[in-house]
Design a binder for this molecule. Sequence first.
Ligand code: PMV
Length: 327
Amino acid sequence: MGRCHEISYKYLCFNAFLMIRYSAPGKIILFGEHAVVYGEPAIAIAIDKRFRCEISKSGQNRTTINGLIFDPEKQNYLNCAMEKLGIDEELEIHTSSELISGAGMGSSAAVTVASIACLRGLTDDIDKKNIAKMAFEVEYEVQGNASPIDTSTSTQGGGIILSPTKNSGFLWSIKKGETTWNIHKSDIPKLNLVLGNTGVHSPTGKLVAKIKEFYKRSFFARDIVNQVGLIVQRGHEALKNEDLVEVGRLMDQNQHLLSCLGVSHPKLDALIDAAREHSYGAKLSGVGGGGVMIALTDEPEETSKAIEEAGGQAYILPSTNKGLKLE
Ligand code: PMV
């Protein structure tokens, strides 16, 4: 009996006629990146830029991705998802993405979430809680450390807040070692956000590992992480009150703390400074070390222009309530 057979009580076997297609969105983190890895709260919002994945059984005796031979080293998130699900069939995988990878837009989470849904052969009844949990395990394994913020936001869509306690809007909990994250829906008001891409590639795992060492060794780093947690709580209140001036001020403070932690970058600083002239506030979003920044503004056109003049690529960002979706 093949392995696929053994696990078929859980996952459908791919058959030649079954082609499954899912998409999942990227995200931006409004408050709390890095600190959330250590159990502090964080707030993210799904963005209307998606990763799409289509998987069927291969007609050849090898797995291909977009017509090329599947390389487990290059496709490490997909490969880890396949291993975790015990998939040993040859597959034909097609992907397309509107997200920039290695930039802090949650591309790896969207890849992981959409491909797990395809690999599980789900055609109805998406069990978001289990997909979010499994996607987190994949990110954790590939990166060596992670929080569930990206994977839960990509799975659920909309505004998401992670906190150590359970509050209203509770969706599910995810636990790793000593840390429990409670994931909640958060009704974030409509925000005008502009994203600026530095163009500096910054893979998540490397920087998260560096901060892990810093956190272990240094009281200073642990203190910054605690301070970020307090800012997130205040940011959540300000968002609920639709007090954009306060939200912007707290974004600036969050950025200052991220700089102290060593995850900003001269190009990020340049784009953030340029954007602030037309914004309530601005900060890096995601892992930092390059990647992207976001600005909260009433003047998205002017903010975009300032970001472009400072050498970045600017995007006016619509958010989305659509999380993981069968296409
Ligand atoms: O850069 P991204 O989109 O992978 O976001 C990483 C967010 C971190 O807080 C730095 C890591 C995590 O897993 O929470």
